[in-house]
Design a protein around this ligand. Structure first.
Ligand SMILES: [Zn+2]
Length: 113
């Protein structure tokens, strides 16, 4: 499991805990926030709802001015797909790591589809 960068963990968890579970609308708890992967300024954070166990994934870009931006939350359709999937395991994190290793860094194109 990836480590939060020093000094950023509190801010990231604060950010994620301001969002609600798509399924049951409960606020996420900071203690359930996990960093799934990190590639330079892109962080992929997963959080599991403490009430319904729904797992939600957030992509967060850290800009140069240290203001983080939530790039894109999952869509409703993806949400339903994720709800039926097994929890993220180490294979998934490895897949994401390999994806990011090969990724060109063009986030604008990635998120404009
Ligand atoms: Zn929930």
């Amino acid at each position: 499991m990836a480590e939060f960068p020093a000094g950023q963990e509190h801010k990231l968890k604060q950010l994620i805990s301001s969002y609600r579970c798509h399924v049951c609308r409960r606020c996420f708890e900071r203690d359930h926030v996990r960093l799934a992967a990190r590639q330079e300024q892109l962080w992929i954070v997963s959080v599991r709802c403490s009430l319904c166990r729904n797992q939600q994934v957030f992509w967060i870009a850290l800009k140069d001015d240290q203001e983080e931006t939530l790039l894109e939350d999952v869509s409703q359709r993806e949400d339903r797909e994720f709800a039926t999937m097994a929890p993220i395991d180490s294979d998934d994190v490895l897949d994401m790591h390999e994806f990011l290793q090969a990724f060109s860094g063009d986030f604008q194109r990635l998120f404009s589809t």
